[in-house]
Design a protein around this ligand. Sequence first.
Ligand code: NAD
Ligand code: TYD
Length: 351
Amino acid sequence: MEFTKTLLVTGGAGFIGSHVVRRLVINYPEYLILNIDKLTYAGNLNNLKDIENKSNYKFFQIDITDKKAIDEIFKLYSVDGVIHLAAESHVDRSISNPDEFILTNVVGTLHLLNACKSSWSDFNGKCFYHISTDEVYGSLGDDGLFTEETSYDPRSPYSASKASSDHIVRAYGHTYNLPIKISNCSNNYGSFQFPEKLIPLMINNIKNKKSLPIYGKGENVRDWLWVVDHAIAIDLIYHEGVIGETYNIGGHNEWKNVDLVHLLCDVMDEKLHRPIGDSRKLITYVKDRAGHDMRYAIDASKIKNELGWEPSVTFEEGLRSTVDWYLSNEKWLDDVTSGAYQRYYKEHYSQ
Ligand code: NAD
Ligand code: TYD
């Protein structure tokens, strides 16, 4: 079959990337979707089992810091668009091992930009879409929201690496007229999320009656968005967003960590037929994260007003469906929590 477009997704075997790839492969059978991913601890081809044999989908195990391999892919395929999600994504790991974050998130992004710039003879119909985070804006006090105009103030090695890559992407747009788009999204949750992040980590620990480590006093606030709604927003921005623009994506759904963990405990007690209140007893307050940002919250009015995007589910609905997914995908959870995860967990949480 002749495909109308070739779209290259990076990091498509990760949490958000797998939802994006799935959506594109299913909704756009006329596109060829190339997924390039290094398959780090966070990348997992089991996240894509349901679409791996589709005729409009191809996977390549490639490290984006490998310039030769990136250039090769651009020689092999006439790529029309890139949706760039590949990244080291966990703040705690960026604190203990920042180098990997600079290499993948900054240098890897540079290689992709250069490949687009040199292989696209004209920029008509082309697009480099960079997926970023609200953490680039720093930390909020009790009031206010991040808008697209908020100044950058990254404070962790992770957010600094994402901020650097955002700046480089914008610089390529400004200097070389490369057709770029950027979106900055709040915290995601949902199926296939690696259980190092708050929600799946707590689900896994509640399930196994392990202690629930809350950093500091648990008063830090995050704005949670269901991953499928992020994937819908990415699809919309890729197809209808304006070249050169930035879009903030968020759920208008702020939760203090401790309140969120309480809710999760209660939902899981109900689902696991335990007495309500049982799992809350597992909560332990542990040493705070170094440089822990207090509050993130997104003003998502631009994407709502200009592209008509809004979250499709309430938090309660999204959280319940997420818990159901983890409870009915025990094998997935067991596979990703064996071996290296155990070593990471012991090392990180014994401090
Ligand atoms: P993730 O850690 O689950 O997945 C990252 C993927 O990138 C993995 O499949 C991994 O194998 C791949 N990868 C890592 N290094 C690579 C390399 N050098 N070459 C090729 N592939 C590599 O991350 P995620 O949560 O799905 O995040 C995806 C993107 O969205 C990231 O850019 C992240 O900064 C951004 N983001 C995440 C969130 C969130 O809440 N998780 C929120 C906003 C933005
Ligand atoms: P996380 O899921 O790591 O996302 P991010 O740091 O990118 O926002 O953490 C979400 C919040 O939960 C953050 O304030 C840190 C806190 N947290 C804990 O209290 N305990 C944990 O074990 C983890 C992983 C996170």
